[in-house]
Design a protein around this ligand. Structure first.
Ligand SMILES: [Zn+2]
Length: 255
């Protein structure tokens, strides 16, 4: 863990998991900023240190994720060491994620959808989806700093759309936070295109076009709901409508 967690729980509204440092910023950073702008606390948990990345070192990833945490304004960020490219479905890995869920007691959890390009993303999806459920089981005991944790099952699990295109179940209007979220992405400077660094390995996300591709997707999702920028999500189950008019607001455009 990059920082020692307190023994007592520290409640947040949203907890975003990512397989590697930068996944959360790439996939749903603007939504996290929107949640914080609405007055709710957000925490991020990277399941691995990203030590198998082609670019940068674990040390640069660590300092970059600390910079991203400051620029994004998360309440907390935890980096676990479950093994980049070794993110296996084990009892230990499940228990580590259960511990994080019980510590932050979020209302909403974010993770990749089950089918993603990087195998770690798909594995992370399965682990977090199952830990989301298991965290509520009283008979499954975990501790934080040797203090027993209380069982806790969050209310909502959302899958952010990252690399593979999926038809979103819902699109969040992030027009007001998309530009600011780019600062979180660009904090991971070793991963992305920079002028004058042509000698570095050319990975998929290192290409100059990758960052414009991210913007194009946000514009595309935004266009689907009649706004500038959007981020798309898949539901993990059936969504309940409690306030009908909040879920289906009046029109804001003329036609
Ligand atoms: Zn990743």
């Amino acid at each position: 863990m990059t920082r020692q967690l307190e023994s007592s729980a520290e409640k947040v509204y949203a907890l975003a998991f990512g397989a590697h440092p930068d996944d959360v910023e790439l996939a749903c950073g603007a939504t996290l900023l929107k949640i914080m702008n609405e007055g709710h606390a957000v925490a991020v948990c990277d399941l691995t240190r990203g030590e198998m990345g082609t670019l940068g070192t674990p040390e640069t990833r660590k300092s970059e994720s600390e910079a991203a945490t400051v620029v994004m304004g998360y309440q907390s960020r935890v980096t676990l060491d479950l093994g980049d490219s070794k993110l296996f479905y084990t009892e230990n890995n499940l228990a580590e994620i259960v511990r994080i869920i019980r510590h932050f007691r979020p209302d909403v959890v974010f993770i990749n959808p089950p089918d993603e390009r990087h195998p770690d993303h798909s594995k992370a999806s399965k682990l977090v989806t199952d830990a989301f459920y298991y965290a509520g089981l009283k008979q499954l005991t975990t501790t934080m700093n040797e203090i027993p944790q209380k069982p806790y099952r969050p209310e909502h699990l959302l899958y952010y759309i990252q690399f593979k295109h999926l038809e979103p179940d819902l699109i969040v209007d992030v027009s007001k936070t998309f530009d600011a979220s780019r600062k979180g992405v660009l904090s991971f400077a070793s991963q992305f295109y920079r002028e004058g660094t042509t000698e570095e390995p050319k990975t998929l996300i290192k290409r100059k076009e990758f960052l414009t591709g991210l913007e194009a997707r946000a514009r595309y999702f935004g266009e689907q709901i009649g706004v500038m920028y959007g981020e798309g999500f898949r539901l993990s189950g059936t969504m309940a409508i409690k306030s009908f008019s909040a879920a289906f607001p009046s029109k804001e455009v003329d036609n």
